[in-house]
Design a binder for this molecule. Structure first.
Ligand code: SF4
Length: 354
């Protein structure tokens, strides 16, 4: 069961409480290149990104924020490191949230001033606690950024924010070590009702990055921890968003678009299944229907194996059975099977079984 957390607002998007787990990402463009940045934000929003974070490392990025905020279809969070003046500038520019690692902002009074300005302007804050920017005294105390050190840093700043009368914040505790990351988030979740943004930082590229993120985020979500997620990959942010939904979908927490299930293939296979699956995936991309579609490599076990699907294909040599709710409805040739399946998907008026 999901951990009970208090709800905060990042612009018009609610995080925590009874809100669905929010998917977010970060642009990879140079923020000051407004057109490129907005075009990436629009692409991300189309695949389901609900909050976007942009880096603000230079003055020109800060100056681009009003345009970006005004034209973004989703709330914008400014990512600030080391430069408190950019935190104030971003809030002035109208961002809906800022992310700061208090450990690298400087004096406590400056952090307090940022918090008070956020309160005045109704801006949300994400307190970032990262293994790479942990306070010196905690590193000395614990020797390395272990879970207890990350947890202590997160608690320290959360308590200060609350003492200053500010509650519209969430916390992220991120380490690149999956197990320490899980432990630190668990510790924090046991002690507070503050919403958690979860993710594995520097997860890496391709398959390894996806697996590392999925394991870390998946375990936490399974334990009911996590109000918003970002999958961090050395890849196109669209892949981050798609991976985030795949994680949420596999745990039954959220779903987006059509779920395609396909058989693992074996010696009975009679068709180039990866090619068929890829083609169907491409053609159904962006279609919002709560459907499960199965694509199976042979007719021997396929219909039984895919009984849980709403629609599907059981492929044979040169033909396929098209089936609906577990029953074969039409035999089609190999050339027409993808098209026949797509038509059936578009015409499907059942509510789906999931
Ligand atoms: S559906 Fe057929 S081809 Fe696919 S794994 Fe099962 S038996 Fe093998």
């Amino acid at each position: 069961m999901k951990r009970k957390t208090r709800q905060i607002s990042v612009g018009w998007v609610k995080v925590g409480g009874d809100a669905p787990i929010v998917v977010q990402s970060m642009t990879s463009t140079k923020t000051h290149q407004v057109e490129e940045t907005l075009s990436q934000i629009n692409r991300l929003a189309k695949v389901g990104c609900e909050i976007i974070r942009v880096a603000v490392p230079h003055r020109e990025d800060l100056e681009a924020l009003p345009d970006i905020v005004k034209n973004s279809p989703i709330p914008v969070i400014a990512d600030i490191h080391f430069a408190p003046s950019y935190a104030f500038g971003s809030m002035e520019a109208g961002v809906h949230g800022i992310r700061i690692n208090p450990g690298n902002i400087g004096k406590e009074e400056i952090v307090r001033d940022i918090v008070q300005e956020a309160k005045r302007k109704g801006v949300a804050i994400r307190i970032g606690v990262n293994s790479g920017s942990l306070e010196k005294d905690l590193l000395e105390k614990y020797g390395y950024p272990k879970a207890e050190a990350l947890f202590e840093s997160a608690m320290r700043w959360s308590e200060k924010f609350e003492k200053w009368g500010f509650y519209n914040f969430k916390v992220s505790i991120k380490g690149s070590d999956v197990l320490e990351n899980i432990r630190a988030n668990e510790l924090f979740a046991q002690h507070t009702d503050i919403p958690l943004h979860i993710g594995i930082t520097e997860a890496g590229m391709g398959l390894k990055g996806i697996v590392k993120s999925s394991v870390g985020i998946g375990i936490l979500l399974y334990k009911g921890i996590g109000d918003t997620i970002r999958v961090s990959l050395t890849d196109d942010p669209e892949v981050e968003v798609e991976t985030a939904y795949a994680i949420l979908q596999s745990l039954g927490l959220r779903r987006r678009g059509i779920e395609i299930i396909s058989c693992p293939t074996c010696g009975r296979i009679e068709v180039d299944l990866p090619k068929v699956v890829k083609e169907v995936e491409e053609k159904l991309k962006g279609l919002e229907k709560p459907l499960k579609v199965a694509i199976m490599g042979c007719v021997v076990n396929a219909i039984g194996e895919a009984r849980e699907a709403d629609l599907g294909l059981a492929c044979g040599r040169g033909f396929a059975w098209l089936f609906k709710e577990g029953k074969p409805i039409k035999r089609v040739s190999e050339e027409e099977m993808v098209q026949a399946l797509l038509e059936e998907v578009l015409n499907y008026d059942g509510k789906g079984k999931v």
